[in-house]
Design a protein around this ligand. Structure first.
Ligand SMILES: Cc1ncc(COP(=O)(O)O)c(C=O)c1O
Length: 377
């Protein structure tokens, strides 16, 4: 046989391998779709505070996903994106850089598909989250916060694995027009409310992917585009706010956020300022005071980024009341507080971080007419 003809045999071998991979991809897609089919949507909680009779607050409770946070939706989307782009196969090791929540959710889906999963997390990530990653079969590599991307990339090279890279792909992996994304779900659940079109949707940014989905969806829907605005709230030790106000996309700082999941030392690719109407900077003590206050309203604990969201939402509600306007404001419960018992809910941690909650607890009571339950701090 001539060398040229022998060369033509090669595609047959590749096709057999390709067939095996495609059969696995079909199986993997069926697993993810069946998992989706078994899941229920998350609840939209209506909070009517005595001091805001005409401005209800809506909380989309993303803590109730099987992997415990809003990142369940993102992890599903990133796996679908990797599978459909031919980047994940039956032998692929999945690697992610994460402050924990995304890694917990990706570990859940990796387990569903029988894939090895490694999370590269910053030193200091809540031990409760590390335990959940391990619970779903993932392994953990802790590194300095400024090194998580490089370490995840080099691990992917070493192991011939796939680096999910949520900070780059969150905005494009999410099907922002619909397919039960967070915006689609939130706005449809508002449909029968007196103020069905919210004046503001408030969200904090980690990757920026959720605010990108919300902002795009608002522009996509004719009934929302002129009426609903997106406000992104940013904690201390994060560049998003300064980047938004200055227009400088190259800002970097040498510090990490105390509020896990949100606030970044560099402007991430998934953060899309064009679809954001306004940003607010929220002090960390205000975020943490707000989750203690919120416990007396909801009867349960939420994570720190929920405090940032709710503090921002209450700030906008107070502005609306001041202007004599009625309407509604919506935001997210990103995850539950049980993941942070050894930090935001531990008086010793709060003292060690030198966080003064009392002035914010007083402010929250004055603004909302609702007192925080006895705070242990
Ligand atoms: C607990 C928590 N809240 C909020 C966010 C921010 O969401 P996004 O990455 O879509 O900006 C994250 C992201 O990881 C998170 O883990």
């Amino acid at each position: 046989m001539s060398a040229a003809l022998a060369g033509r045999d090669a595609p047959v071998t590749r096709t057999e391998k390709d067939n095996r991979v495609r059969a696995w991809v079909r199986w993997a897609m069926e697993q993810i779709m069946a998992d989706f089919n078994r899941s229920a949507d998350t609840h939209l909680i209506k909070v009517l505070l005595p001091a805001f009779p005409d401005i209800p607050l809506y909380l989309k409770d993303e803590s109730t996903h099987p992997s415990g946070s809003l990142k369940h939706r993102l992890a599903r989307s990133l796996f679908l994106y990797g599978l459909c782009n031919g980047r994940i196969g039956p032998e692929t090791t999945i690697i992610e850089s994460s402050s924990g929540s995304t890694a917990v959710s990706e570990a859940y889906f990796a387990k569903l598909l029988g894939l090895r999963f490694i999370a590269v997390v910053p030193i200091g990530t809540a031990p409760e989250k590390l335990n959940q990653i391990r619970f779903f079969g993932g392994t953990i590599e802790e590194t300095a916060f400024y090194n998580v991307y490089q370490r995840a990339e080099s691990l992917a090279d070493e192991l011939d694995g796939h680096y999910m890279d949520q900070f780059t792909y969150a905005e494009r992996a999410t099907d922002w027009r619909g397919n039960n994304n967070i915006a689609d779900s939130l706005f449809s659940q508002m449909a029968r409310e007196a103020h069905a079109v919210p004046d503001w949707v408030v969200m904090s940014a980690g990757t920026g992917g959720t605010s990108a989905t919300l902002g795009r969806y608002v522009r996509y829907r004719p009934e929302l585009v002129e009426r609903t605005r997106i406000c992104v709230v940013d904690p201390e030790n994060s560049v998003f706010y300064d980047s938004f106000t200055s227009g400088n996309e190259r800002l970097e700082i040498d510090a990490s956020s105390r509020i896990e999941g949100i606030g970044r030392p560099q402007v991430e690719a998934s953060f899309l300022p064009e679809v954001i109407d306004r940003m607010l900077k929220v002090p960390d003590a205000a975020s943490i005071a707000t989750i203690h206050w919120l416990e007396s309203v909801l009867g349960r604990k939420c994570g720190g980024s929920t405090g940032t969201n709710v503090y921002g939402a209450l700030t906008l509600m107070a502005e609306m009341r001041q202007e004599g306007r009625e309407g509604s404001v919506a935001t997210l419960i990103c995850d539950g507080g049980e993941r942070y018992l050894s930090s935001y809910y531990d008086p010793a941690w709060i003292e060690a971080e030198e966080l003064e909650l009392q002035p914010y607890l007083d402010e929250l009571e004055a603004v909302t007419g609702t007192r925080a339950q006895q705070c242990t701090t």
